[in-house]
Design a protein around this ligand. Sequence first.
Ligand code: DX5
Ligand code: ZN
Length: 214
Amino acid sequence: MKLIAPSLLAADFLNLGEACKFINESSADWLHLDVMDGTFVPNISFGFPVMESIAPVCCKPLDVHLMIVHPEKYAERFCQAGAYSVGFHLEAVDDPEPILSVIRKQGVHTCLTINPDIDVERLRPHVGKVDMILLMSVFAGYGGQKFIEATYDRIAQLRRIMDEEGFHPLLEIDGGVNASNAPALFDAGADVLVAGTAVFRAENPDEVIRTMKA
Ligand code: DX5
Ligand code: ZN
């Protein structure tokens, strides 16, 4: 699968309606929503009011990426706000299973994610229990960072784990993705690429999305 999920974090926050209109009319497959709490990551982005305003007008699936402590407190409400998928960080919780179960019960797709410094092997017990794994290709917290090249080795390692375990959830890559590295990432086995800066700050955002998918 070759899906592109532009990240709203890089959009013009004064004109979020325009951003949604663009997403609806563009070749984007999903809209990625980065929720940051200032504790799990040093930055604060947006939460329920923004998501609840966007959900009724955005006709593409909303891919929610929680960069927060205590995702168990909020996951259900993000599901009810209209998420297509809800992902949270494995390193933010003791046991992801109860939270995955809450998301599943809401009929929403589950995603587990890890930062670049977390051992990919820690995902092994969970690959059969989620719809998607998100490997961060920058440290969560900010848009516009440089892609970490070691991500390719981590993708290969995760794919080996998936093969060994016999489960193949979707693989999403997030951070520093652009038209130059997208083909190699899809070749390496990524299914979904998140791109904030590369799309929303481009002169012709839809052309960038189409180039990335080509
Ligand atoms: C980083 C976020 C990313 C970010 C991607 O914490 O999870 O989704 O918005 O932005 P770019 O594509 O600019 O790296
Ligand atoms: Zn993200």
